[in-house]
Design a protein around this ligand. Sequence first.
Ligand code: 4NP
Length: 151
Amino acid sequence: MKILMVCLGNICRSPLAHGIMEHEARKAGLDWEVDSAGTSHWHVGEAPDRRSTAIAKQYGLDISGQCCRQISVSDFDEYDRIYVMDKSNYTDVLSLARNQHDREKVYLLLGDKAVPDPYYDNSLFEPVFRMIEAGCKKIIEEELQKSARRD
Ligand code: 4NP
């Protein structure tokens, strides 16, 4: 499965989601390909925000090699699922969708609640990490249960 993680800047939340999902999927023995992108072009070409890199490092993950890019319409062809962090990402990504098939690929990472934007609040990086980690683990758990039912 190919998964794209999306937030506004692609420097704070989605790089964490990218690194965490990659790590958790590998740990679960799932051959998933993960990438991330931003709805904005503001930070294209930049490495993740150093506060995200630092919190990831604290939890044993190295996300420093990632490079910011902007989402494009072709990502709907490339990816099976697109996970967004908040409602405004959701609206922005849906506005790029060409048809119902595209729209059905877009989900909020946490299902019913938003991952808050930590850009202007240093104290949010740790809770954001934990929320994203819990969301990724839940998605993997659901996927493992689905495949167990198929066996
Ligand atoms: P992100 O956070 O969407 O989690 O990457 C932000 C990064 C940059 C900005 C806003 C949010 N910005 O305004 O530049």
